[in-house]
Design a protein around this ligand. Structure first.
Ligand SMILES: [Zn+2]
Length: 271
């Protein structure tokens, strides 16, 4: 059963949280499109500086989302996401990188890890999969961004392993939330994607797709769960929100369902 719930903050922002993370005191959230200042087609809580929306409104929206979650927007660190598998180890010197200015964000990375308190990690999504990772034993966090390319590159598993390398994180201790993103109900892909999936996942690829005509429906949620389970994160520690962005465009931005002209949600996590 999903432990993902939606909550309305005092400032009117609606965001989702994972109760298994919240119970351990880790500040985090996945934004919706409700409670911000942007106008259509970005209405209302658009957090994407590269989406075509007014950057001043986007920054105000980011600040509202950070207030809702209880973290300091001025210290949030983000990346210039490129659908690859590079992971950035965020330190105190990165505080505020990319929060207000895309050019200042960490270049060419799709995941962040840290063991620093008060250093919120934030990435942006519209159908791609947010994976939030918390190690309560070593006190470390990770956040990854995975469309199909990141998923077949196993960026979520690599993020957990990077936390192991740098902070001594054991996968068995990690608690993980897989946030709203395009679901296996809607994510149609073509043969080259399935070939990449087969090359990366081996025989298990068959469990991650369902044929539809000459294309396939791909299950990014289970592809991300399976890759972190394979390296030792217990299935009981992994929560899949099970919310499809493409079917819920009143609540979430969907690049696919809205044909590219839309905003971005944010996922944030902070010690
Ligand atoms: Zn769907």
């Amino acid at each position: 059963m999903s432990k993902f719930v939606l909550k309305r903050a005092a400032n009117g922002v609606w965001y989702g949280l994972f109760t298994h993370l919240a119970h351990r005191g880790v500040k985090h959230g996945v934004s919706t499109r409700l409670g911000g200042l942007s106008t259509p087609p970005y209405a209302t809580l658009n957090l994407g500086l590269k989406s075509g929306d007014d950057p001043d409104k986007v920054c105000l929206n980011r600040d509202l989302f950070c207030q809702a979650v209880g973290v300091d927007y001025a210290r949030a660190v983000t990346c210039q996401q490129v659908h690859a598998d590079r992971i950035h180890l965020a330190g105190a010197e990165d505080a505020g990188r990319g929060a207000r200015d895309h050019a200042a964000a960490v270049p060419a990375s799709d995941a962040l890890i840290t063991d620093q308190g008060g250093l919120p990690l934030i990435l942006f999504y519209a159908d791609c999969v947010p994976v939030l990772i918390f190690d309560p034993v070593r006190r470390a966090i990770g956040l990854s961004h995975a469309g199909w390319k990141g998923t077949v590159a196993k960026i979520a598993a690599k993020t957990v392993l990077a936390m192991g390398e740098h902070y001594g994180t054991r996968p068995a201790d990690c608690l993980v939330g897989i946030g709203p993103s395009i679901g296996p109900c809607c994510y149609e892909v073509d043969a080259p994607v399935v070939e990449a999936l087969r090359a990366s996942f081996g025989p298990a690829w068959r469990h991650l797709v369902v044929p539809r005509g000459d294309r396939w429906l791909l299950d990014l949620w289970h592809a991300n769960r399976d890759q972190i389970e394979e390296i030792g994160v217990p299935r009981a520690h992994i929560d899949i929100s099970g919310v499809c962005t493409a079917e819920n465009t009143e609540l979430f931005y969907s690049h696919r369902a809205e044909r590219g002209t839309t905003g971005r949600m944010g996922a944030i996590i902070s010690l």
